[in-house]
Design a protein around this ligand. Structure first.
Ligand code: G3P
Ligand code: MG
Length: 254
């Protein structure tokens, strides 16, 4: 049974905004998720030149735009001139790399809750955590529920905690480390975000026993999503927006 004090957020979350339906980390992806009824989205934020946060997963532009090279070498205006949609499908040609500010504004206007994944380059975790958290706190002031900041980078999360202590945080892990609880507590996190195949009933019980939430990523099979919810997982992040829909849990009688 969901404890909404522990997890006051949507339980089915669209990965990188639009999953497999729209180009990742773009404004159109957020619009698609909202149009499909999603109440929550996950997206990745990193710093462009001059410390301006933008939506992007990779350190380089090569995979998801029509340009190449490090993201951090381009300013927001240059990024705006790139095409971040055509790599995905012709119908998305002309989609830009959005600033974090534009994404927040859109989320707020669409009523979308966000899990903001802080995605630093190797050499700027503190700066990225500090800037993203500070801006999130300002732009989501008074939002309820507040956005949830997550990161694989503990240095980024520590900087986020120091810059915006009131914003909730989650530690993202690939392999679950043996000392996950110490790490989560040291960072003042309220949730553990785990790769789905590292989740066991014992882990779910221990996370809940500690008063924390647990999210599984990236869950693209409905049967697996169901099994994870049966295990007690609070939320899943999915690419398959058509198969694991916002009403997935209602459909399964939960
Ligand atoms: O936040 C969950 C998930 O997005 C983490 O992995 O690489 O898709 O950002 P990645
Ligand atoms: Mg992510």
């Amino acid at each position: 049974m969901l404890n909404t004090t522990r997890w006051p957020y949507p339980r089915i979350i669209a990965h990188r905004g639009g999953g497999t339906v729209a180009p990742e980390n773009t404004l159109v992806a957020l619009k698609v998720a909202a149009s499909m009824g999603f109440g929550g989205v996950e997206f990745d934020v990193k710093l462009a030149k001059f410390g301006v946060p933008i939506l992007m997963h990779d350190d380089t532009l090569d995979r998801t735009t029509d340009a190449s090279g490090p993201v951090v070498d381009r300013d927001a205006a240059e990024l705006r001139s790139l095409d971040a949609g055509i790599w995905f499908a012709n119908e998305f040609a002309g989609e830009h790399v959005p600033t974090f500010e534009a994404a927040v504004t859109l989320c707020r206007s669409l009523g979308l809750w966000a899990n903001v994944e802080i995605k630093p380059d190797d050499d700027n975790p503190e700066e990225t955590g500090r800037i993203v958290a500070g801006m999130a706190a300002r732009w989501w002031k008074d939002a309820s529920p507040a956005p949830l900041l997550s990161s694989f980078s503990e240095a980024a999360l520590a900087a986020a905690r120091d810059a915006a202590p009131a914003l909730p945080r989650a530690l993202l892990v690939d392999e679950v480390p043996a000392d996950w609880l110490e790490r989560v507590k040291a960072l003042g996190c309220r949730a553990l975000h785990c790769r789905h195949d590292g989740i066991t009933p014992e882990l779910v019980a221990a996370v809940h026993e500690a008063g924390l939430g647990i999210l599984a990523y990236t869950v693209n099979d409905p049967g697996l999503a169901y099994a994870l919810f049966e295990m007690g997982v609070d939320a899943v992040v999915t690419d398959e927006l058509r198969d694991i829909r916002p009403d997935f849990l209602t459909g399964h009688g939960r």
